[in-house]
Design a protein around this ligand. Structure first.
Ligand code: ZN
Length: 131
């Protein structure tokens, strides 16, 4: 079986989603599953301990070149997800994607278009600040 495309995934979600067809249900489930993604990452830090978070304010000069900035800026993350946590985070991301797909279906937005638009924006803008 070949890997599903975003469009085939959207079609699949559309067929499965009988209960949460209301826009309100989909919006609230989308928010809830997003919170669960964050929760699963937090639990990897606080309960499992496979990853650690050590955050502080970062400073970077405006005139520094991008390669240098990439090296200087920190993810505040050390370690890597263990198999168990990776499985959980992946599953939570999947549920979130399910409801993102359901939202796209209701609003007649193609996820392939979403990815294509964002990808072309990334290649046009290059590096940008996440702010
Ligand atoms: Zn872990």
């Amino acid at each position: 079986m070949s890997a599903p495309t975003l469009q085939s995934f959207q079609d699949q979600v559309s067929e499965l989603l009988l209960r949460h067809r209301s826009l309100l249900d989909v919006l609230s489930k989308y928010g809830q599953t997003n919170a669960s993604v964050n929760r699963s990452v937090v639990k990897a830090v606080t309960e499992c301990g496979c990853i650690e978070l050590n955050a502080k304010k970062q400073f970077y000069a405006e005139d520094v070149d991008m390669e240098q900035a990439k090296q200087d800026l920190k993810s505040h993350l050390s370690g890597e997800l263990c198999e168990h946590c990776k499985e959980i985070v992946t599953a939570e991301l999947g549920k979130n994607l399910f409801y993102m797909s359901a939202l796209c279906n209701l609003l007649e937005i193609s996820m392939d278009d979403v990815v294509a638009n964002e990808s072309s924006k990334c290649s046009t803008l290059g590096y940008f600040n996440l702010s």
